[in-house]
Design a binder for this molecule. Structure first.
Ligand code: ADP
Length: 328
């Protein structure tokens, strides 16, 4: 702990996710614990450019562990994508005496952090905050557990209507490139079929499965579809295709949308955020940089930002089999 920095800064960037506040709390309190001054930067990278720094103390992060969103705000910042914007950010950071930066965000935010690190040789550590769980180098990202619980709760409610009216519901969930949310919430909510971006299960197979269900006495069903499912069709197109081919089903569509991002973080996400925040500060103290914190096999690990951005987080294909077996 010889070259421990005296001042660091933390920001939240990109899409918000439940657990970002809990991570902010952990970063601030771990900094205070280790005798480091911690500044919160408001509005993500925009706040770096606009010099919106706020000195935090242990009490500044009271009563936020349970809050969704991010109290220091997030922003999409075009200026940070330019060398001039990043130079402004660097000047502000240098003038403020900041010696390291913690970025809580997704792969876009990490790309910005990596470029910033490379240009100015400035220490950065990332904390993965995104509901999609699509970042390499960690088994779980902040917000994912909360999101799948939110989705399961929503589908439970939809199921009440589906079963009361013998309806077939198509529920679209978030996940343009990754099927983690669809696959896990689909199994958790007892879905009939789950369509994901990673595997093309095909529309014919969907029809066959629904026909079989109807024959076996099921009068209502739920199909979960990730935004970016591989059939290339959106949820409305899939629903009308099924309606045309299986007229005995009364079909409805529900797009869950942004409600999946909101809400109080689950206990799992709060613990994860707390561990990641503490580990981020301890990594900075050890002189680590250009890396993302993550959890693998319940151990805290660091992955180079480049790998975290480029690598692919794989779905558990065994879950597809489990879903098939249980939806007979
Ligand atoms: P997420 O972090 O959730 O993936 P974005 O992709 O919107 O969200 O990225 C968040 C912010 O990170 C952007 O608004 C921008 O300021 C910064 N960023 C993303 N990509 C780059 C890049 N290639 N160069 C510089 N900054 C970037």
């Amino acid at each position: 702990m010889k070259n421990q920095p005296k001042k660091i800064a933390v920001l939240t960037s990109g899409g918000d996710a439940p657990g970002m506040n809990a991570a902010l709390r952990a970063v601030v309190r771990a900094s205070v614990f280790y005798g480091i001054e911690c500044f919160a930067i408001h509005q993500g990278y925009q706040g770096l450019i606009d010099n919106e720094f706020e000195l935090m103390n242990a009490r500044s992060v009271n009563n936020i562990i349970n809050k969704g969103g991010t109290i220091i705000k997030s922003a999409r910042c075009l200026e940070f994508r330019t060398p001039e914007g990043r130079k402004k950010a660097y000047n502000n950071i240098k003038n403020g005496g900041i010696e390291a930066l913690v970025v809580i965000g997704g792969d876009g935010s990490f790309t910005g952090a990596m470029i910033f690190q490379n240009e100015f040789n400035f220490p950065v550590i990332g904390i993965p905050g995104t509901i999609d769980n699509d970042i390499y180098g960690t088994r779980y990202t902040l917000g994912y557990d909360t999101a799948i619980n939110t989705v399961v709760e929503a589908i439970d409610k939809i199921r009440d209507t589906a079963s009361s009216h013998n309806r077939l519901f198509f529920v679209e969930v978030m996940g343009r490139d990754a099927g983690h949310i669809a696959l896990n919430s689909g199994i958790g909510a007892g879905a009939e079929e789950i369509l994901i971006p990673e595997e093309n299960l095909g529309l014919e197979r969907l029809l066959e499965s629904l026909k079989k269900s109807e024959k076996s006495g099921k009068s209502s069903s739920i199909v979960v579809i990730a935004e970016g499912d591989k059939t290339g069709k959106n949820v409305f197109e899939i629903a009308s295709y099924v309606e045309k081919n299986l007229p005995y089903y009364e079909v409805r569509v529900s797009v869950l949308g942004h409600m999946q991002r909101g809400g109080a973080p689950s206990c799992f996400d709060r613990v994860l955020a707390s561990r990641m925040g503490v580990f981020a500060i301890e990594s900075i103290i050890e002189g680590k940089s250009n890396s993302m914190v993550g959890v693998i096999d319940d151990k805290m690990v660091l992955t180079p930002l480049k790998k975290a951005i480029k690598g692919k987080s794989k779905i558990n294909t065994n879950l597809i089999k489990v879903s098939d077996i249980l939806s007979i």
